[in-house]
Design a protein around this ligand. Structure first.
Ligand code: BTN
Length: 238
């Protein structure tokens, strides 16, 4: 697949590009990029709010993808963000954080929210802090923007770059399989081999971060055993 395969639909204002993509999925043919200049009810992971600040990029990819391979899609989406930023500035300090975060200078620069849509469709909702980042004190993670890191690119150019890189990674998945993408993620993840904390609703688990497995589960070594973690929020011990 390549850039030309995507039908790009741009709105001035939407509640949430994910909601629009979910709606579109029942009549979808091919794949789409649903973009909004302004988002009034951006949604984040695990029921959180995504603060959609002016000048930032909000879009959702709507594509056919097997639900059981959702882990691969999570990794491809995040790796493509990592590669987009590195392509603009190869010296940028970018690291990946499980499951689908990208850290720039140690702070969250983007968010990804995957949702199952109609039929075989999946929605990959992406927010990129291009111009500004939320700075309120009750944030789960510190945030930053490309601009704050002196990476200057317009949201239009970033989106074009991202779609090209994402399409290329889908081609890699389809021709070579997931392994090279998984290894790329592991190689560029933060805190591999170090102690991390995984917070879940019912428990906190501390262990040594060992990367991700072939289903994109987080591998946590604890008391000599490796535990597979399927959900949760990761925190670093710094
Ligand atoms: C997270 O880190 O919690 C995920 C945030 C995902 C935000 C994006 S912005 C575009 C799309 N529309 C939404 O309502 N959410 C995603």
């Amino acid at each position: 697949m390549n850039f030309e395969d995507w039908q790009i639909i741009r709105f001035k204002k939407l509640n949430s590009t994910n909601d629009k993509a979910l709606e579109q999925s029942s009549i979808a043919k091919g794949c789409y990029v649903i973009r909004a200049d302004e988002q009034t009810a951006g949604r984040g992971r695990r029921g959180r709010v995504w603060q959609s600040l002016k000048g930032n990029l909000f879009f959702s990819l709507l594509l056919e993808f097997k639900t059981e391979n959702i882990g691969e899609l999570v990794i491809i989406s995040a790796v493509s963000l990592y590669q987009s930023i590195k392509q603009i500035n190869p010296d940028a300090d970018v690291l990946l954080k499980w499951p689908n975060d990208v850290l720039l200078n140690g702070s969250k620069v983007s968010g990804i929210l995957l949702e199952k849509a109609a039929g075989n469709y999946m929605v990959v909702g992406i927010g990129v802090n291009i111009e500004q980042s939320p700075q309120n004190s009750d944030l789960l993670y510190q945030a930053t923007s490309l601009k704050e890191a002196k990476i200057n690119i317009t949201s239009d150019d970033f989106l074009t770059l991202y779609i090209n890189i994402f399409s290329n990674n889908i081609n890699i998945l389809n021709t070579e399989g997931f392994e090279s993408l998984r290894l790329f993620w592991n190689k560029n993840a933060k805190a591999t081999g170090k102690e991390i904390l995984v917070r879940q609703e019912k428990r906190n688990i501390r262990g040594i971060f060992k990367g991700i497995d072939e289903k994109a589960n987080l591998l946590l070594e604890k008391d000599g055993k490796t535990e597979k973690i399927t959900f949760g929020d990761v925190f670093y011990e710094e």
